[in-house]
Design a protein around this ligand. Structure first.
Ligand SMILES: [Zn+2]
Length: 112
């Protein structure tokens, strides 16, 4: 239910390969394949085909189950995403532990 009114003209929309939700490019993490590994590319500077995923282990897990990342990157074989997983774990850690203990934050409670 994309009822967020953040439709800034000119902003690039990408689809998360994990949950399939479309989001503005800055809200997603670009990943690329480098030598059979999935590598996070937060600066979006690496050459080649990129896939976009929310920077959360949840979305990575969903993408894994559907093998969505190798497919999005047109990889010939399986890709190792351990590096990406630890990158996301570090990022989650940096945000604080609250995020992990509450997997489903009630976003829609701010209604008036
Ligand atoms: Zn997602």
């Amino acid at each position: 239910m994309g009822s967020s009114s953040a439709s800034v003209p000119g902003s690039v929309i990408r689809t998360c390969v994990g949950c399939g939700v479309r989001a503005a490019k800055p809200d997603l993490l670009r990943v690329v394949a480098v030598d059979g590994d999935v590598v996070a590319d937060p600066a979006a500077r690496r050459p080649g085909r990129g896939a976009y995923v929310h920077p959360s282990l949840d979305c990575l897990e969903r993408a894994r189950r559907r093998r969505a990342i190798p497919r999005a990157l047109r990889a010939n074989g399986p890709l190792a995403d351990d590096g990406l997983a630890s990158y996301l774990a570090d990022a989650a850690m940096a945000r604080g532990p609250d995020d992990r203990s509450r997997p489903d934050r009630a976003v829609s409670e701010a209604g008036r």
